[in-house]
Write a protein that binds this ligand. Structure first.
Ligand SMILES: Cc1ncc(C[n+]2csc(CCOP(=O)(O)OP(=O)(O)O)c2C)c(N)n1
Length: 617
């Protein structure tokens, strides 16, 4: 086993190309074996194995910095940088993170997880290096995918890098996929680059000529490679990047270490902004992932021989995502003005059903959350009713657009905020815990959170009648089936679920069910309380809330979001009295199973009842 001998990237340098190819196969087997148990981003990581080996072979990490955009493709990087022994703990609580993580290794310059920022991070590092002029010069490389290139932030970085002329290497790893098939003009352009027949024919003949005539390691090989790079300008419109101030190299076969390593070595010798375009296959080396890279972008556990996920339990049980996906199709059937927008997450947000039902009313805008919201604002101004389905964590990218382009204009855009709260194994960069805090102070924005499937459906129905901006947040969880006796949903009105004198709980969304269960526990211990389903963060009917407040001895608020500036703070502000706020602490929450993380935060029935009992004593 070659892998056992690799404790750091330096160990790679001893190996021949043949050995490195064997090593790549071993790494793939290791990734498949571990991810089949832990779940994770397998297709992207398998696709990037050879590229990662080549980069570590040609660079000297940690002195040289390799910044993986998003970082979901960095499993081979983890394995090669001393973390193979811990790789079994991937994505488990206290185990290895599924993304690059500063605390985990000196080889991870940044903790990452959101897309399209790698070029900017790399450029900043390169500028700092050039200002400090360290004796020990280091190189900086950003590895970005073609999906990430659809994000505007990436172009801001490229634009600035070309202008500053700093010495950085951008490795563009194209595989025609984001999570779903890649969209947009840039993606079409990249595909053209790869398939350009004139250039490819020329390149094939030149490669064959070099292989047959030029001895390995000869200086002539370098000259021939340079000649090829230079001539390429006549054939290949890598011009987009050239015009941005980069020297463009490629497209290179990202799975052939025999050609990739020498080419990368040559490219490393050149200074200035360089972009090397590498073509890879998502899921490479694991047939089920190669055949269905969308499913295998991010998976739970699976059976290795078949690629099948363990049998789904009860098909009658739906997640909030599925409830949203079904309901939005039903609403759109009745209302032709409803259009749906996603930023590269059709499957994850449940909009894939909408895409199939109404292809002409569905828009995947690429990994471009800011644009998605502006685009929705334009659509709404034009008389439509757009819904943007987006994960809470990625909505952070579009904060300015919510305020300036939607709320300030009073436009009827519905934000369906999925994965609001603890997301679990994706960890610190993905927890959707800030949205209540950052949305609740935006004038004119209605914010709701359902306690179950039926309430999500009712909230969606209500949203499209309001003719103003609305945000609905719901968690990454199974949606309980509707409570048939639920009070009809009215704008701003909370629902009183239980009455009692000893304490009052005002719970939001996903925290209603554990709060009811906490009240049951307390009831058995002799404490009877009131439980309120808030339904709304904003507006909150102040008369009803004040009535609840007047009758309450002690008020507890419970929310799946950070406490500071959250729902509890808002209740306390409205009532002008202190409340005991239960929620997530003012910390970044690491990865681990959602239930476990909620338990650690005291947001289970037991945790909530224990907190309340502590105060009642
Ligand atoms: C701001 C942001 N939006 C959405 C995502 C979710 N996401 C993670 S990876 C990914 C696709 C990345 O595609 P690409 O860069 O082509 O890499 P590949 O997986 O194809 O190797 C998306 C949309 C994210 N990480 N960050």
């Amino acid at each position: 086993m070659l892998l056992e001998k690799i404790n750091s990237p330096q160990d790679l340098k001893q190996l021949s190309i043949e050995d490195l190819t064997f090593l790549a196969a071993e790494i793939r087997r290791r990734i498949i074996e571990v991810v089949s148990r832990t779940g994770g981003h397998i297709a992207s990581s398998l696709g990037a194995v050879d590229l990662t080996i080549a980069l570590h072979y040609c660079l000297n990490s940690p002195k040289d910095k390799i910044i993986f955009d998003v970082g979901h493709q960095a499993y081979a990087h983890k394995i090669l940088t001393g973390r193979n022994k811990d790789f079994d703990s991937l994505r488990q609580f206290s185990g290895l993170s599924g993304f690059p993580c500063k605390e985990e290794s000196v080889h991870d310059a940044f903790t990452t997880g959101h897309s399209s920022n790698a070029v900017s991070l790399a450029l900043g590092l390169a500028c700092a290096r050039d200002c400090l002029q360290p004796q020990d010069y280091f190189r900086v490389a950003a590895v970005i995918g073609d999906g990430s290139l659809s994000g505007g932030l990436c172009f801001e970085g490229l634009n600035n890098a070309g202008h500053l002329k700093k010495d950085i290497l951008v490795v563009l790893n194209t595989n025609e996929l984001s999570i779903a098939p890649n969209v947009g003009a840039i993606s079409t352009y990249l595909n053209k680059l790869i398939s350009l027949p004139v250039y490819n024919r020329f390149k094939d003949s030149l490669d064959k000529f070099i292989e047959s005539r030029v001895p390995k390691g000869s200086r002539l090989l370098k000259i021939a490679n340079r000649f090829e790079e230079n001539l390429k300008g006549f054939f290949v419109p890598g011009m987009l990047f050239e015009e941005l101030g980069f020297r463009y190299f490629g497209p290179l076969d990202g799975h052939n270490l025999g050609t990739l390593i020498p080419r990368l070595k040559n490219i490393m010798e050149i200074k200035g902004p360089r972009l090397v375009h590498v073509v890879t296959r998502k899921g490479k080396g694991y047939p089920p992932a190669e055949e269905d890279p969308v499913k295998f972008h991010g998976v739970g556990g699976f059976d290795i021989p078949t690629g099948k996920s363990p049998c789904k339990k009860d098909s009658a049980v739906r997640t909030y995502t599925q409830v949203f996906g079904d309901k939005i199709v039903e609403i759109a059937q009745k209302d032709p003005k409803v259009v749906a927008i996603t930023a590269a997450m059709p499957e994850g947000t449940g909009l894939d059903k909408f895409r199939e039902s109404f292809p002409g009313r569905f828009f995947d805008v690429g990994i471009a959350e800011g644009h998605a919201l502006c685009f929705a604002a334009g659509f709404a101004a034009g008389g439509f009713k757009p819904v943007v389905a987006v994960y809470s964590t990625f909505l952070q990218r579009a904060y300015d657009q919510i305020i300036e382009d939607i709320a300030l204009q009073g436009l009827p855009v519905v934000l369906a905020i999925d994965r609001a709260g603890i997301v679990g194994e994706d960890g610190v960069t993905h927890q959707g815990i800030f949205d209540i805090t950052f949305l609740k102070n935006i004038p004119g924005l209605t914010i709701m959170a359902p306690k179950d499937a039926g309430e999500l459906e009712a909230m969606l129905e209500l949203s499209f009648t309001l003719n103003k901006p609305v945000a609905i947040r719901y968690p990454r969880a199974i949606a309980c089936e509707p409570d048939v006796s639920a009070a009809p949903l009215k704008l701003g009105e909370p629902e009183i679920l239980r009455n009692g004198q000893d304490f009052t709980i005002i719970a939001l969304g996903s925290m209603v069910a554990p709060s009811l269960a906490a009240a049951d526990i307390l009831s058995k211990q002799g404490f009877k309380g009131t439980v309120v389903n808030a339904r709304f963060v904003k507006p909150l009917d102040e008369n009803i809330l004040n009535k609840i407040g007047q009758q309450a001895k002690i008020i507890f608020t419970v929310e799946e979001g950070i406490i500071d500036g959250g729902f509890g703070s808002r209740v306390s502000e409205i009532l002008s009295r202190p409340v005991v706020r239960l929620g997530l602490p003012d910390e970044f929450i690491p990865h681990g199973h959602r239930e476990l993380l909620l338990e650690k935060a005291g947001l289970t029935a037991e945790g909530i009842s224990a907190s309340i009992r502590g105060h009642l004593k």
